[in-house]
Write a protein that binds this ligand. Structure first.
Ligand SMILES: Nc1ncnc2c1ncn2[C@@H]1O[C@H](COP(=O)(O)OP(=O)(O)OP(=O)(O)O)[C@@H](O)[C@H]1O
Ligand SMILES: [Mg+2]
Length: 410
């Protein structure tokens, strides 16, 4: 059988693992790390592409170029196939995903000392929850990217089903609750010792990058002018500041495409007409200095900090000296409440799909970085009152299961 690798291409983090002696073994993609940030930087000065933590560092250091994160979110959308100019290259976002996956293959081959032409890749149960056609297209897009990256055989396994395989032995019903960067995924499974049977899987396009966007629109974008009024160009009267630009600036996968003369002109025009120009001048600075990703990282860091420590500051001092709005744990919980309620409803839906009552589920296995949020944790526990909670390999359970799945084909 040709050697195969399991790859969990995540919205925020990517991991690889192989099967050795019947057990899953992580293949480090960065020295000493189990996962690599799904981040890419097209470095214009050096004319090369950098990946993972190095890409994040290049962006933070303010190198000239284009930074991209959350590219998984564009799979299945028209944005994925639009050609754009990046310095001297015309590329689609699928070309960039392909480059990223080729780099993963190269690094994994170097670390494992093996060539990989077969991959078992994770996929969310639903890339797009409301659009079946986009959902199917997203898988076709990702398959195309793996082929362009040099993989000849590509098989997809639902991410939470992979995590269920990796969950370890047990008895009776369990539920994987995988709340990641882009999607929330659920698998109801039944264990008999080491044997695992998948009962039902379900998913929704809602994850940590959405939480970042919601939080940014509520707490940061108003400081940049959202919610204010503009004077009419001609004549008396006012109208609200248009929302679209703020929405894109708060969305990880859209930020890179805001930089350019057209958006800057729009922002400057709004600032000229603003009733409170000081706020919109901050927006102009963000676009002009290309620091939208820095703002998004500040929001994400405050989300994690407020969740862990009960409060945090959103560090926007790059936008304006001293600008450091506070975020309390209670404010974070209130902001996340509708999302947590949605996750709880999707868990109930998963149980319905499996024909199972909540109190029959004995194990609740948390997976994914966003499962560490108290609001999410509480919502899932409330949905499964009889379950024992397990949370260990939140960032690697999926890829371990994918490595186990490589044993099945070839
Ligand atoms: N300690 C933490 N507390 C809260 N959220 C966190 C924490 N650590 C990471 N996150 C969030 O978890 C998300 C990333 O989780 P994960 O790596 O599981 O996602 P992913 O697998 O890349 O995404 P997906 O599976 O949806 O494609 C990010 O949105 C990040 O902000
Ligand atoms: Mg994931």
């Amino acid at each position: 059988m040709r050697p195969a690798i399991g790859i969990d291409f995540g919205t925020s983090n990517t991991a690889a693992a192989i099967l050795r002696g019947g057990a899953a073994r992580i293949v480090p993609l960065e020295p000493g790390q189990d996962t690599l940030p799904t981040a890419i930087f097209l470095d214009y000065a050096a004319r090369r592409t950098v990946f993972g933590s190095e890409a994040v560092r290049s962006m933070i250091d303010g190198q000239e170029g284009r930074f991209m994160r959350a590219l998984k979110s564009v799979l299945g959308t028209s944005l994925a196939r639009e050609r754009r100019q990046f310095l001297n290259r015309r590329l689609t976002l699928l070309d960039i995903v392909s480059e990223f996956l080729a780099e993963i293959r190269t690094r994994a081959e170097a670390a494992a000392g093996t060539e990989f032409r077969r991959v078992v890749s994770g996929r969310p149960v639903r890339f797009h929850s409301a659009h079946p056609e986009r959902n199917a297209q997203a898988e076709r897009d990702l398959r195309e990217c793996y082929h362009a990256a040099g993989f000849e055989e590509v098989r997809f396994v639902n991410e939470p089903e992979a995590a269920a395989r990796a969950a370890g032995p047990g008895q009776g019903l369990g539920l994987i609750v995988d709340i990641g960067g882009g999607t929330s995924d659920f698998t109801l499974f039944e264990s008999q010792g080491t044997a695992t049977r998948i009962v039902a899987s379900h998913g929704v396009r809602l994850g940590g990058t959405d939480f970042d966007r919601i939080l940014s629109l509520e707490t940061v974008m108003p400081l940049f002018g959202l919610g204010g009024d503009l004077r009419k160009d001609i004549g008396p009267g006012r109208h609200p500041v248009p929302r679209a630009l703020f929405h894109d600036l708060a969305s990880w996968e859209k930020i890179a495409f805001l930089y350019g003369p057209a958006t800057l002109r729009d922002a400057q025009a709004m600032a000229r007409l603003a009733v409170e120009p000081a706020r919109l001048n901050r927006l102009v600075r963000v676009i002009e200095n290309e620091i939208g990703h820095d703002v998004a990282f500040a929001v994400e860091a405050a989300k994690i900090g407020a969740n862990q420590d009960g409060g945090a500051e959103i560090d926007l001092t790059l936008v304006e000296p001293g600008l450091r709005p506070a975020l309390t744990g209670a404010e974070l919980a209130a902001t996340l409440a509708p999302s947590a309620a949605a996750i709880r409803a999707e868990i109930a839906e998963t149980l319905t799909l499996g024909g199972v009552k909540a109190d029959a589920v004995g194990r609740l296995v948390f997976v994914g970085g966003s499962s560490l949020l108290s609001a999410v944790d509480a919502a899932a526990r409330a949905a499964l009152p009889a379950a024992m909670v397990e949370r260990s390999d939140v960032f690697t359970a999926v890829v371990r299961g994918l490595a186990l799945a490589t044993a099945e084909d070839g």
